[in-house]
Design a binder for this molecule. Structure first.
Ligand SMILES: Nc1ncnc2c1ncn2[C@@H]1O[C@H](COP(=O)(O)OP(=O)(O)OP(=O)(O)O)[C@@H](O)[C@H]1O
Length: 329
């Protein structure tokens, strides 16, 4: 677990800095990527990542998430456009820009025969950083890997290997950490501890960008959410605002006895009758002053429809996501 103690002065920003509305730490403008196959994976992507936030990039398979991260991290060349990371152009000032970024890729890419300590120490050296035993010790302690520092990577469990990948990505004190599907194929317990760890990193001033297929993960973790589909960013929004804006509520009315059809007088409410004919479902906009519920209740009584239970349900981020990326029929 990451402790409350800041890891390193130069890595972790002060809380005061975090709270302020600061300039974006990453600015992506007009990014296009056409692979050698002729396939266009990114189309005019503009995106700003704010310092100190957890940004979740959501999108279906093949949407372009990994391509986008690859370009921001300088691993993939853009066909057109620009990426500025903490003031540095990723193309023109690659080393300076890359030094600000830590990347935890989808696949484990460590040398199985190396020890944990050698792996993170070597990785720090690759970025031209002077050795700093105290810093790396703190990183390993925070990731509960200190006891394993002398173990070879191949002797570690899958979850520990993933944590080594994070330690490696943090070894050069980046200000921005990219996590590409951090919890794919990870069990529930480890997923929870990863979430906890990501939150602590953010508390300590690291900006986090994560891609995920688990919408629940974005719903729980993110400050802001970006949705990418077929190479285009179709939405970037504060999570709370997104759920408020696009979220609908549903009222389920459990009936005393099944009915054959929805009475004519209830037509304006566009109710759905369940397959077992014992439930009516009313969808409404919770933000609207007049939800129509009071009128519906009166009309149900007037139509002689008795009910025994009422239940409301808010749409989840998953409902919103599915509606955003659904193919128009
Ligand atoms: N090297 C490449 N050459 C040609 N096409 C590629 C290459 N890399 C990726 N693509 C294509 O670009 C598209 C975007 O791929 P990308 O890996 O960025 O998507 P993704 O959103 O990360 O998907 P996933 O969620 O499945 O990881 C896909 O259609 C993919 O087949």
């Amino acid at each position: 677990m990451l402790g409350a103690r800041p890891l390193h002065a130069s890595l972790y920003l002060t809380r005061a800095f975090q709270g302020a509305r600061v300039a974006p730490i990453i600015t992506v403008s007009g990014l296009n990527k056409t692979y050698a196959t002729g396939f266009t994976a990114l189309k005019n992507v503009d995106l700003e990542i704010r310092a100190g936030e957890i940004f979740a990039l959501l999108g279906p398979n093949g949407a372009g998430k990994t391509t986008l991260i690859g370009i921001i991290c300088g691993l993939v060349n853009a066909s057109r456009g620009q990426v500025i990371a903490d003031g540095h152009d990723i193309k023109k000032e690659f080393r300076a820009a890359r030094a600000k970024i830590g990347l935890v890729p989808q696949e484990l890419n460590t040398d199985a025969f190396e020890t944990v300590w050698a792996t993170v120490n070597f990785s720090r050296g690759l970025f031209g950083k002077a050795p700093d035993k105290a810093y790396l010790e703190q990183v390993l302690k925070d990731l509960s890997l200190w006891d394993k520092r002398n173990e070879k990577i191949m002797a570690l469990s899958g979850g520990m290997k993933r944590r080594v990948m994070i330690a490696k990505a943090l070894s050069h004190e980046p200000r921005i950490l990219f996590l590409d599907e951090p919890t794919a194929g990870v069990d529930v317990e480890l997923r929870r501890s990863m979430w906890e760890m990501v939150r602590r990193l953010r508390e300590n001033g690291v900006t986090i960008v994560l891609t995920t297929h688990y919408i629940e993960e974005a719903e729980l973790m993110a400050d802001r959410i970006g949705v990418i589909n077929k190479g285009e960013i179709i939405l970037v929004e504060d999570k709370a605002a997104l759920m408020e804006k696009l979220g609908k509520k549903q009222l389920s009315v459990r009936l005393q006895a099944p009915i054959d059809s929805v009475p004519e007088a209830l037509a304006p409410y566009r109710l759905e009758l369940s397959d077992d004919r014992s439930e009516l479902v009313y969808s409404f906009d919770a933000q609207h002053e007049n939800t129509g519920i009071a009128g519906l209740m009166r009309q149900l009584a007037a139509s002689g429809v008795d009910f025994k239970d009422l239940q409301t349900r808010e749409s989840s981020l998953e409902d919103i996501f599915v509606s955003l990326v659904r193919e128009p029929s």
